[in-house]
Design a binder for this molecule. Sequence first.
Ligand SMILES: *[C@@H]1O[C@H](CO)[C@@H](O)[C@H](O)[C@H]1NC(C)=O
Ligand SMILES: *[C@@H]1O[C@H](CO)[C@@H](O)[C@H](O)[C@H]1NC(C)=O
Ligand SMILES: *[C@@H]1O[C@H](CO)[C@@H](O)[C@H](O)[C@H]1NC(C)=O
Ligand SMILES: *[C@@H]1O[C@H](CO)[C@@H](O)[C@H](O)[C@H]1NC(C)=O
Ligand SMILES: *[C@@H]1O[C@H](CO)[C@@H](O)[C@H](O)[C@H]1NC(C)=O
Ligand SMILES: CC(=O)N[C@H]1CO[C@H](CO)[C@@H](O)[C@@H]1O
Length: 318
Amino acid sequence: MTTQLINTFLLLAILLVISLNLSYFCTKENNHYSVIGDARFSIANITRRISSITQTTPSPLIPPFIPFRSTFVTSPKYSLAACRIQKNLSTILLNLFCYLNTPRKFSKKASSLTIEFKNHLSTQTCNTTHATHIATNTTFATKLAIIRDPVERFLSGFVDKCIHEARNKDERCYGCDRDMVCVLQEQYKRFQLIVDAKLTSFSYEDRHFAPMSWFCDFDTETIKNYRFLYFGETEQQQGQTINELMDVLNQHGVENQTITHIFDELSANRTKHSTSGSAIRKKVGEEMRRNKVAMRLLYLLYENDYRVFNLKSPFAHS
Ligand SMILES: *[C@@H]1O[C@H](CO)[C@@H](O)[C@H](O)[C@H]1NC(C)=O
Ligand SMILES: *[C@@H]1O[C@H](CO)[C@@H](O)[C@H](O)[C@H]1NC(C)=O
Ligand SMILES: *[C@@H]1O[C@H](CO)[C@@H](O)[C@H](O)[C@H]1NC(C)=O
Ligand SMILES: *[C@@H]1O[C@H](CO)[C@@H](O)[C@H](O)[C@H]1NC(C)=O
Ligand SMILES: *[C@@H]1O[C@H](CO)[C@@H](O)[C@H](O)[C@H]1NC(C)=O
Ligand SMILES: CC(=O)N[C@H]1CO[C@H](CO)[C@@H](O)[C@@H]1O
């Protein structure tokens, strides 16, 4: 018991030192979440320390890096690939990469990346845009992953799946009938079973609520190969993410006209792809933060995501 406590404090101390040092470097960095040049603060070094500690100490936290089915999109022409984690963003990524792979097939009028665009996509192009296991493939100089605050990601999924979708499907979210603690408890049990390889088939909910570090073929080594873009909750932060994405396209030789078009599409439709502003999301979010049981379960499920991706954790500690 006491060794566990000491280990926890050690880990916290290490994380504190790392994040203090990182914040010093990050203030000068344009892209806060991309891999930092200094080897001492590489994601590999950070995750290695974490995994060496979590492996020797039995922890109630859901561990990182459990291999989970992931889908990717690629554009070999531009040496670009992306991992699709979040449902809505992943739809955008798919459309974007399909567009990159066949930009000239579309007139300006019929090329909305979102709704209209879908009707004009060539199935063949889109099929070849899909890929598996790109994390170590050197064909792609840049491998993108868009990450989001883990608790905000859960909240957004909860509102979408367990409130909106559950209206028409009683069995949705394990029949919990909008009870967040019920969903979290069930999900915690299921994730523990998955970690112990005791569950062979994954539910719709598992796929939406699994920790981000389970996707993208991430492990302590492959995570180094990714460039991370952070998708924030405010319009301003999301606008910044779109700008960073456009920079990446530019660096990879995508034509200005194509970039301009993609930029206009994403900017015009940005707010529609986030529920962060909705009244119900605000209300459920406030209830969530007041509910100690829900926050404790969220800590168990997602604290390792905060550590792995070096995001500021909302949990005081254990
Ligand atoms: C980890 O950090 C050490 C210095 O503390 C450095 O020498 C080493 O190259 C780093 N390893 C990686 C994989 O970044
Ligand atoms: C694209 O994939 C779908 C199913 O994934 C398949 O039915 C279809 O035949 C494929 N089309 C082409 C042109 O490869
Ligand atoms: C890397 O990706 C390219 C393009 O999708 C593919 O042709 C190649 O087989 C992949 N290489 C490996 C080692 O998977
Ligand atoms: C394309 O954009 C780059 C900078 O992003 C600029 O230097 C270049 O002049 C632009 N080219 C055209 C044809 O507009
Ligand atoms: C995802 O998109 C659907 C419509 O396609 C929308 O109703 C929902 O609010 C979106 N959810 C999130 C989390 O952005
Ligand atoms: C899905 C969606 O809302 N698509 C819209 C994106 O923006 C363009 C231009 O404003 C609209 O025409 C699309 O309907």
